[in-house]
Design a protein around this ligand. Structure first.
Ligand code: PAZ
Length: 321
């Protein structure tokens, strides 16, 4: 909610960000879906997912939902300004590629232009040294799409994400133990409910801005316990204070009861992660790249996904009747 002091008829919005955090009543997850509007493309996502699950179920395949990227939280109903959570989306895209096949259609640390050369006549060519792997990666990606092994529903805002997550989860959960959730998106913990937001663009001429935001309900709880109780569920925990990381990952497993948390630190997330499993909650399995591997462009997801796929296979064999 944007705190507004009414000076006569006009809204006074305070422009200096104020941060305070205190315990407040958190909405229960189901009420969130009643009090907020679904995204316009929800039906489309639902239909595509239904079709995808049907085809893959018939093919007897395992299916994983990889969530990735940040979620925006609007400050105005007609949104000009929003707050975002940090995530470049790299974890999710590299992981999805690994899940499909241990190959990549983009190389780490390379941007689109790094792949290209321009000759003296002004014609653009793919660099010879990268051509082979690029061709292979494009093929892998295209094959996955045409083979119904990949769909990529997108979201921008927190609300888009939560509605899509719930819809996809209901459908994916029908695969039982063969379904896996890999929840790497950086989802906002705070938001302003639609009915408490100002309608139009906040005016800087109204002075300093104070923000009061509600806590987002903890959706992992219904996801694990009600929406997909038989699935294999991995959540992520990101911290900047190392002392908090493992205790918070364990707390999450104790609270929600899913299979594992992948813990990572903001500045080292590409070099080291820890897998903490519910079954071995006291220990943390470290996956760390050596300097040599980093230099060679190896990605940590190569090892992380391999390990999680092995844990998922074990879960399937223990939980299939
Ligand atoms: O997207 P990215 O590669 O820049 O970062 C990945 C990450 C740090 C967002 C992810 O590994 C993660 O920890 N996600 C959960 C974030 C959280 O605790 O809210």
């Amino acid at each position: 909610m944007i705190s507004q002091t009414k000076d006569s008829e006009s809204q006074t919005l305070h422009n200096k960000p104020m941060l305070s955090s205190k315990a407040s009543k958190v909405l229960d997850p189901e009420s969130y879906f009643i009090e907020n509007n679904p995204p316009a493309n929800l039906n489309q996502i639902s239909e595509k997912t239904k079709n995808f699950i049907k085809i893959n179920k018939e093919a007897g395949r395992k299916v994983v939902l990889v969530t990735s990227g940040g979620t925006t939280v609007p400050l105005e109903n007609n949104t000009v300004r929003f707050i975002d959570n940090f995530s470049a989306g790299t974890r999710g895209s590299a992981s999805a590629e690994m899940f499909i096949k241990k190959q990549h259609y983009s190389m780490p640390e390379l941007g689109f232009l790094d792949f290209l050369n321009v000759d003296d006549s002004g014609n653009i060519h793919v660099k010879e040294s990268l051509k082979k792997s690029l061709v292979q990666d494009i093929k892998t990606f295209n094959d996955a799409i045409s083979d119904n092994r990949l769909i990529m529903p997108s979201f921008i805002s927190l609300s888009d994400y939560l509605f899509a997550l719930r819809e996809i989860t209901f459908q994916l959960s029908t695969l039982g133990p063969k379904s896996m959730f890999y929840l790497a998106a950086a989802v906002s913990d705070f938001f302003i409910p639609s009915k408490e937001m100002v309608e139009h663009k906040i005016q800087s001429s109204d002075g300093e801005l104070s923000l009061k935001m509600n806590q987002v309900p903890k959706f992992l709880k219904p996801l694990v316990n009600t929406w997909a109780p038989n699935s294999f569920i991995i959540s992520f925990k990101l911290e900047t204070d190392e002392k908090m990381l493992e205790p918070k990952a364990r707390l999450s497993l104790e609270k929600y009861g899913h299979q594992a948390v992948v813990a990572n630190m903001l500045h080292t997330r590409k070099q080291v992660v820890w897998i903490i499993q519910k079954e071995h909650i006291e220990s943390a399995e470290e996956i760390r790249l050596t300097d040599e591997q980093i230099k060679k462009g190896v990605e940590i997801e190569d090892f992380l996904i391999e390990r999680l796929v092995a844990l998922h296979d074990k879960f399937i064999s223990q939980n299939s009747s």
